[in-house]
Design a binder for this molecule. Structure first.
Ligand SMILES: NC(=O)c1ccc[n+]([C@@H]2O[C@H](COP(=O)([O-])OP(=O)(O)OC[C@H]3O[C@@H](n4cnc5c(N)ncnc54)[C@H](OP(=O)(O)O)[C@@H]3O)[C@@H](O)[C@H]2O)c1
Length: 232
């Protein structure tokens, strides 16, 4: 039984993680912006009494991140897995018209929030049994893979997430905490769209299998869901 915190848990890949974790008997703290509207989570909480706690957080706001960490410490006295899943992909960005607010918001949600939340939860992770932090990365963060001008706010912020992953891996190594950036592939969610080849359920299952195989030597790596390195 693992104790797990998942962000962006109300839909898409985050919700698939929650379903999968509950099905295997884990205890889950599911963070979302609007618990009152998170109907799928409410139903899951009723179906898994005592195993699912729904917590509120707007990850673009540092005060809300700090509050989430405080609430998590009231729910669990240790944490085995933190899944930094929440993310934003602004659509329709064109060179010449990219806005500061869009870059700023993307950086906050995609890079700053995973870093700050992991930092705030470090004491709880240190009390967990062989804890792991999964940062949901993207192949679009690969600097060497860039071939076109595409979704700059997303690509820049996910590249920053890779560096956050490297820094956190160093900071948390003394406590034996593993930190990974993993690209899930192209997934059928609101972000990925309906033409994506992989279901969120299959992606979540593959990512959890990958985490089960991960050891300290993997900390700081940037990989796909099969565990293959993605070039920086
Ligand atoms: N889908 C893909 O093909 C794909 C590919 C590569 C990487 N990824 C990564 O995988 C992760 C999950 O993606 P997804 O496809 O499931 O995305 P999604 O369907 O768009 O869901 C995004 C989740 O993030 C939450 N979120 C956004 N801004 C937030 C904020 N300020 N505070 C708290 N929560 C916030 C959303 O909550 P609300 O409902 O409140 O907006 C939602 O739960 C992301 O990090 C994404 O970058 C996805």
């Amino acid at each position: 039984m693992k104790r797990v915190l998942v962000t962006g848990a109300n839909r898409g890949l985050g919700l698939a993680f929650v379903r999968r974790l509950l099905a295997r008997g884990d205890r889950v703290a599911a963070a979302c912006r609007h618990p009152g509207r998170a109907n799928a989570l409410t139903q899951l909480a009723a179906a898994h009494p005592g195993h699912l706690h729904v917590l509120q957080a707007d990850l673009a706001k540092p005060a809300s991140i700090a509050e989430l960490a405080r609430e998590a410490a009231l729910v669990f006295d240790g944490l085995e897995l933190l899944i930094n899943n929440a993310g934003v992909l602004p659509s329709g960005e064109r060179f010449g018209a990219v806005e500061a607010d869009t870059l700023d918001h993307s950086f906050r949600v995609n890079a700053m929030a995973p870093f700050l939340l992991t930092q705030a939860l470090a004491p709880l992770l240190a009390k967990g049994d062989r804890a792991t932090v999964l940062n949901l990365g993207s192949a679009m963060a690969s600097l060497s893979g860039v071939r076109e001008f595409r979704s700059p706010s997303y690509a820049i912020s996910k590249a920053a997430l890779n560096m956050a992953t490297r820094e956190l891996a160093q900071a948390l190594a003394p406590q034996g905490i593993i930190v990974l950036a993993v690209s899930p592939g192209w997934i059928r969610t609101d972000m990925g769209g309906e033409n994506a080849p992989t279901s969120p359920e299959d992606a979540a299952a593959a990512l959890l299998r990958l985490l089960d195989r991960a050891g300290p030597a993997d900390s700081g790596r940037f990989v796909d869901r099969d565990g293959e390195d993605i070039p920086w």
